[in-house]
Design a protein around this ligand. Sequence first.
Ligand SMILES: [Zn+2]
Length: 129
Amino acid sequence: MGEYPIASHCPQCGSASYTRVRVKQGLAFTDDRKCKDCGTRYTPPTPTWAAVIFIVLGCFLMGGSVVGTVAMVRAELRVPGLFSYVHGIPPAVALMTGLACFIYGIRSLKKREEKCVGAMLKQSGKVPR
Ligand SMILES: [Zn+2]
């Protein structure tokens, strides 16, 4: 994430026609776009609702992981030998996935904000170009 400029239209020429380009990174909401007119590659902004879903999903996964781990540890303390280290893998995976979703969602929201602030500054003529 963050290799290409975030824009809904071509940041170079303003054209709205594009071809889809597959994103190589693992976690991305949509394909990147490549301008049909000038060939500039850019990333469409992640919708706010999608970013919020990522954050909620991330919290859910991380919360589930913690609750599951606590439940396992408590059961293990009561009945030793019930679980082995293998049972620790799903919560660990859930925790990592949840964290990745959470960070992705937060970053998407932050980028939107930066973009909005940048656009506002540009409109008011405070950014020299
Ligand atoms: Zn273009």
